[in-house]
Design a protein around this ligand. Sequence first.
Ligand code: ADP
Length: 163
Amino acid sequence: MRRAIFPGSFDPLTNGHLDIITRSAPLFDEMIVAVLNNADKRPMFSVDERCAMIRDVLPTVDTGDCRMLVESFSGLTADFARERQATAIVRGIRAVSDYEYELRMALMNRRLEPQIETVFLMAGEEYSYVSSTLMKQVFELGGRVAGLIPELVESKMRDKLNP
Ligand code: ADP
């Protein structure tokens, strides 16, 4: 049984995240999309809203035979991975700028939990510049983000801005 976690803020889910999910799903029997409850950041969506959006969108993408779960967590990613008996932590790399941070996190997580490997997947070229932060900034200023985030996420963002 190969179980992975894909941890992140997912504030909100983008097509870049979905690209990593569809690429990594064939490598595992089960994958937990793990939504970080990060008290430091001021998110656009609550953890529950983020989890609900991911649960709604996941059935629209091809994850093959991999069982998909969505859970929130707080605290250390390494602790969450161990508690869930995951053998891998999946992360995406977009550009060289992601590398340094991801390397530090992967080495620290390996020190904390030596038996859990971090698995990096390269972003699809078409999404390599897509980040949740950029999507929020462009959307808030009225720019077009269609094709870069799921339609459901776009409509939830619209609701947030015009309640
Ligand atoms: P975090 O705050 O932990 O970086 P994010 O939600 O921003 O959380 O990202 C979660 C993971 O998804 C990270 O590994 C990040 O590199 C990856 N990721 C984000 N956007 C993309 C993208 N467009 N293409 C590939 N991977 C991505």
